[in-house]
Design a protein around this ligand. Structure first.
Ligand code: SF4
Length: 231
């Protein structure tokens, strides 16, 4: 990890971030699936989804300056950066980091749990917004400010993701996407919840229901394993 250089005006809540891990891997999700990507995993989450595979990010982490994070990212020589968590939007420094990385010419994306306001995210950033289904255990957490019906919400670069745990979840997600006109304005991603439903079942369901959802699997779990950390 590069040595810390003091920020010009000293540390502040906007120019620091509590970071759980930074690593270089293959993007396993979203429309950027397959691209080599630097993942910046922030610490802390306000939700507790039943299928969460990053529980280690709830509390573990170190406070880092944005400058030191940028230096570490630069060292990977990679054009794509994904801010993930935990919940990145819990920390004001995430918004600042995303804009700074865009200014530096990176392709930046953020994965958020959908419970926090995304409207002040830099429009150059690809937003992947989770909508938590009933079987996630975190239903009703979605902040409806993150919908195309809100004039302050930008649909540019926006993808909505539903992790499907059951047949009930599938129909709930399809109804939510249709009622809120997500298909008209954005990409809609349906992902099978690990060890709850499989990709074949979900693919069949999408086809037989004439859904327009885009099936996504977690590619990184096929390449490595569901239990390997930092890939
Ligand atoms: S939002 Fe993500 S990190 Fe938070 S509990 Fe749910 S799956 Fe885990």
């Amino acid at each position: 990890m590069p040595a810390e250089t003091p920020e010009p005006h000293g540390p502040s809540i906007k120019n620091t971030l509590k970071i759980n891990e930074i690593f270089h891997s293959i993007q396993g999700e979203s429309s950027w699936v397959g691209f080599p990507t630097v993942f910046v995993r922030t610490s802390g989450c306000n939700l507790r989804c039943r299928y969460c595979d990053t529980t280690y990010a709830y509390y573990q982490g170190d406070l880092r300056s944005l400058k030191s994070i940028e230096s570490e990212i630069e060292g990977f020589g990679c054009r794509y950066v994904c801010l993930t968590g935990g919940e990145p939007l819990l920390q004001p420094g995430s918004f600042e980091l995303m804009s700074r990385l865009c200014d530096l010419g990176y392709n930046v994306s953020v994965e958020t749990g959908g419970s926090l306001d995304t409207t002040s995210i830099d429009v150059r950033v690809k937003k992947i917004i989770d909508v938590k289904t009933p079987d996630s255990g975190a239903a009703d957490s979605f902040d409806r400010v993150n919908l195309p019906s809100n004039p302050q919400f930008s649909v540019v670069n926006t993808e909505f993701k539903f992790v499907i745990c059951s047949e009930e979840d599938f129909y709930w997600a399809e109804k939510f996407a249709i009622e809120n006109q997500l298909y008209e304005h954005t990409q809609v991603l349906f992902s099978p919840a690990h060890q709850r439903v499989d990709a074949k079942w979900l693919a069949t369901k999408i086809l037989s229901s004439k859904s327009s959802a885009r099936l996504q699997t977690q590619l990184h779990k096929f390449i490595w394993s569901a239990h390997v950390r930092g890939v």
